[in-house]
Design a binder for this molecule. Structure first.
Ligand SMILES: [Zn+2]
Length: 195
């Protein structure tokens, strides 16, 4: 079995704005894609990666918040040590917000190198998804994992973290975001004129 580090697409690539297609075939090719995405995520030192970020408009994401100690429930079972269920691959995720106020926290994104900003997100979510075998699963997550799920689920809908930033933070990152957009567009034209 070979595992590949895939190229990560940056902001400006239209695939990041596409709504992902639901996963329909839970086959060896899907398992391979998930393995490659995990390898890509780890290579880039991320904690989550969605399929559109490797150029595939699919409702699939992987994550690993292994060292986080927040309480977690999988299929109705409390998980004492989150590391025992990590990494996770989630297909066709549907996120339900659980009661609580949105909390701001600084986020980055592997498709936005050098861009960080505060994003308010709810503290606790339930997520219904399919695992790589196509089995229905349910995860209840808090804190960093809940945040990561919301960020990656957004990617699968064509929504990006800059869309969720408060106005002041969005304004502050705007110059970097514009520069990234220009670089990506220049790269896609292949004229190498990005400076
Ligand atoms: Zn991201």
């Amino acid at each position: 079995m070979t595992v590949a580090v895939l190229p990560i697409v940056n902001y400006g690539d239209p695939v990041l704005r596409a709504r992902g297609e639901p996963v329909r075939a839970f086959d060896a090719a899907l398992a391979q894609l998930a393995r490659d995405m995990l390898e890509t995520m780890r290579d880039a030192r991320g904690i989550g990666l969605a399929a559109p970020q490797v150029g595939r408009p699919l409702q699939l994401f992987v994550l690993d918040t292994g060292h986080d100690r927040e309480p977690l429930e999988l299929d109705g079972r409390p998980i004492a040590d989150p590391a025992e269920v990590m990494p996770l691959a989630l297909a066709n995720a549907e996120v339900t917000v659980l009661p609580g106020e949105p909390e701001p926290m600084e986020e980055g994104c592997l498709s936005f190198p050098g861009v960080r900003g505060e994003v308010p997100r709810v503290e606790r979510v339930a997520v219904d998804f399919r695992d790589l075998a196509g089995a229905p699963r349910r995860l209840v997550a808090t804190g960093l994992l809940a945040r990561c799920i919301q960020h990656e689920h957004d990617h699968c809908q064509g929504v990006l973290f800059i869309d969720r930033m408060g106005a002041a933070h969005r304004l502050r990152v705007e110059p970097k975001v514009r520069r990234l957009l220009r670089e990506t567009q220049a790269g896609r034209r292949g004229d190498g004129s990005a400076a």
